[in-house]
Design a protein around this ligand. Structure first.
Ligand code: NDP
Length: 297
């Protein structure tokens, strides 16, 4: 029986929370294995400014690191920090052998050039997988650090469809650098036939109707409904949208969940689908970074 069947009463609903917990347990064990070899995995998190959402993300990352036994270091700076000072901090973290992963929480204040900062991180410590060396490596199909959200989506797909995704037609809606593009590259690495659609694509619905797998990363509430889907498609909803309804705010994805559910063989809910996988894969990536820094262990 599959993990999903065991953990959710409706077999079609992919329980991202439960799968993320399994991933964290896997990480915990590996962290202990490294500790037994004298290596304490360590993640440095850098936050500039007071953005409330970023504060929450950083807090969650630090909490999950503690859960799996990864040492975390937090570096908080005022919003008016100048770029040079941030680059110096990154240089120091790059040079520190006890730090294995570096994460700079985005977005950064406007006086700081995001690209220059991300490019300064040692690619072997780049747990977000945003450095151009890692982006290029992924596009060549090499085993490099890859962005946490799409990497987590691959795990959700494998837990639902089995480990072999070869030959399946995947449509990715959205072409951002942090989700859509790396998602497409990861699916290609899994031997899927991949189509990427975006805001300029004509007849998106018709393209999606061809897909065995639809990954939606757009940021438009309930954009994809049953009319986009072929029967028994697997749908991964990356979108996180806050909507105001009946006097309350609630989170919804990019997929109209209730409408799509009868059509699909599996679907992620929002919340409780992709979201928890992102942090779980940040922890996995930190371990991957340790391995890259100790290739002979
Ligand atoms: P971006 O805004 O960077 O990219 C959105 C993409 O969607 C663009 O490629 C854009 O096309 C495309 N798009 C916009 N409108 C349409 C449309 N009507 N039809 C087809 N394509 C369209 O967003 P992100 O990739 O950063 O994030 C997407 C969503 O995923 C957001 O809701 C975000 O909050 C969520 N997210 C969730 C994460 C998680 O952990 N669960 C992590 C990261 C993001 P074009 O390029 O042509 O403009």
């Amino acid at each position: 029986m599959s993990l999903t069947l065991l953990q959710h009463p409706d077999a079609r609903i992919i329980d991202g929370k439960a799968i993320a917990q399994t991933v964290l347990e896997e990480v915990k064990k590996e962290v202990d294995d490294f500790k037994a070899k004298g290596i304490e995995a360590c993640l440095a998190v850098v936050l500039v400014g007071e953005d409330p959402a970023s504060q929450v993300y950083v807090r969650n990352k630090v909490q999950k690191a503690a859960f799996v036994g990864i040492r975390s270091l937090e570096f908080r700076f005022e919003a008016d920090l100048d770029e040079h000072a941030l680059l110096e901090k990154i240089d120091a973290l790059n040079a520190d052998d006890s730090v294995h992963g570096i994460l700079v929480q985005l977005p950064l204040p406007t006086q700081i050039n995001e690209t220059r900062v991300l490019e300064r991180i040692d690619p072997k410590k780049d747990v977000d997988g945003f450095h151009s060396e890692n982006v290029g490596g992924l596009s060549q199909g090499r085993d490099v650090l890859t962005p946490c959200t799409p990497t987590g989506c691959i795990r959700l797909l494998k837990d639902s469809l089995g480990s072999d995704l070869s030959g399946l037609h995947a449509v990715v809606i959205g072409r951002s650098n942090i989700v859509g593009k790396p998602m497409a590259a990861l699916l290609l690495k899994e031997n899927c036939t991949v189509t990427v659609v975006h805001s300029k694509t004509r007849n998106i619905g018709q393209v999606c109707q061809q897909a065995d797998i639809v990954v939606v990363a757009v940021g438009k509430p309930n954009m994809v409904d049953a009319s986009y889907l072929k029967a028994d498609a697997v749908v991964i909803d990356v979108g996180i949208n806050r909507i105001f309804e009946n006097g309350k705010t609630r989170l919804v994805g990019d997929v109209d969940f209730e409408d799509a559910l009868p059509m699909v063989s599996a679907i992620t809910p929002v919340p409780g689908g992709v979201g928890p996988m992102t942090i779980a894969y940040l922890m996995k990536n930190t371990l991957q970074a340790v391995r890259l820094q100790y290739p002979n262990i």
